[in-house]
Design a protein around this ligand. Structure first.
Ligand SMILES: NC(=O)c1ccc[n+]([C@@H]2O[C@H](COP(=O)([O-])OP(=O)(O)OC[C@H]3O[C@@H](n4cnc5c(N)ncnc54)[C@H](OP(=O)(O)O)[C@@H]3O)[C@@H](O)[C@H]2O)c1
Length: 289
């Protein structure tokens, strides 16, 4: 594998590339989002992870535009809200996100959560597929999908392809789930990896709840880095796309300084905790709905 840098990208099943470090904007107040996004881009991030639910798509886009970096070098994600999971709503949200951002395409649109039942989930997916066909979206994916939902979607895509031809059911390129050493989700990751689906890691910093963990602290000391940097490096070396969030300029910078060291095989093994502890307090991946 080529050495990772802040400019590293991976090619998705859609054929488009995604920068492997993303800037998460969940819970960043709309009034300061533009400023934070601008600072992240000045620091070297090229990828912003927003959602309709976060109510900051417009200021995210404003920060991206203010940076002066060509749109083609930037990557913007949004998500169809969990409670609006059906065909009609998803169609409406795609157009609305284009309006809110003023972009003429969205790099990545995800179904935020597998809620609403099978018919509505697959209906919302169909709206994403049509969004790609219409040139409004480049790449599509899901979020908080466990094996049950992934298999349901794969079966749907295959059935459409059998009827209408290859690619007509859409190309599943990304699954964004909570991922960190205390929630490594090996089954979901294995399933997605086998199909070339990129795993995006949300809460890659465990929401700063484990920064004093003795294991993290000792690895931080060993490498002369911070516990947060150890977590993000772990995520990169696992092959994930981590999406750290911060409203603190020094931390936005700290979280991007993760390319001048490497965790050894032994370090990585020590972080294989085998623990299953989501920090969000909700875990739709386990639902069989
Ligand atoms: N798809 C989904 O359902 C879903 C769910 C959750 C999150 N996400 C995405 O994933 C992104 C990240 O997740 P998250 O925001 O929940 O959690 P996170 O990135 O794991 O943690 C963010 C918290 O860590 C703090 N922090 C940031 N850098 C730090 C550092 N270097 N040292 C110490 N503390 C640090 C931040 O504080 P300050 O901001 O005060 O600096 C904030 O309190 C979100 O913004 C969103 O884009 C997606």
């Amino acid at each position: 594998m080529a050495a990772l840098t802040i400019d590293s990208k991976v090619r998705m099943n859609s054929g488009h590339e995604i920068p492997v470090l993303g800037f998460g904007v969940y819970q960043i107040p709309s009034s300061i989002t533009s400023d934070n996004v601008y600072h992240a881009l000045q620091t070297g991030y090229r990828h912003v992870d927003s959602a309709v639910l976060y109510r900051n798509e417009a200021p995210s886009a404003a920060g991206m535009k203010k940076s002066g970096i060509p749109r083609s070098e930037l990557f913007f994600t949004t998500k169809i809200p969990p409670f609006d999971m059906n065909y009609e709503n998803a169609k409406r949200h795609i157009d609305n996100s284009l309006r809110e951002t003023g972009f003429n395409y969205l790099d990545l649109v995800l179904l935020h959560s597998p809620w609403g039942g099978k018919t509505n989930r697959l209906g919302a997916w169909r709206a994403l597929v049509e969004g790609v066909e219409a040139g409004k979206i480049r790449t599509i994916g899901v979020s908080n999908y466990g094996l049950h939902h992934l298999e349901e979607l794969e079966a749907y895509i295959k059935s459409v392809e059998e009827k209408d031809g290859k690619g007509k059911g859409g190309i599943l390129s990304v699954n964004q789930v909570e991922l960190h050493p205390w929630l490594a989700r090996k089954e979901i990751v294995g399933w997605c990896k086998a199909r070339g689906i990129v795993m995006e890691a949300f809460c890659p910093l465990v929401r700063a709840t484990r920064m004093n963990d003795p294991l993290l602290v000792s690895l931080a000391k060993k490498h002369g880095k911070t516990p947060g940097q150890i977590l993000l490096r772990w995520s990169l070396q696992m092959g994930f796309v981590p999406l750290p969030k911060s409203v603190t300029k020094s931390r936005i910078e700290e979280n991007a300084q993760i390319y001048d060291f490497e965790l050894s095989e032994e370090d990585m093994k020590s972080l294989d905790t085998g623990v299953y502890k989501p920090c969000t307090g909700w875990d739709p991946t386990t639902s069989n709905d």
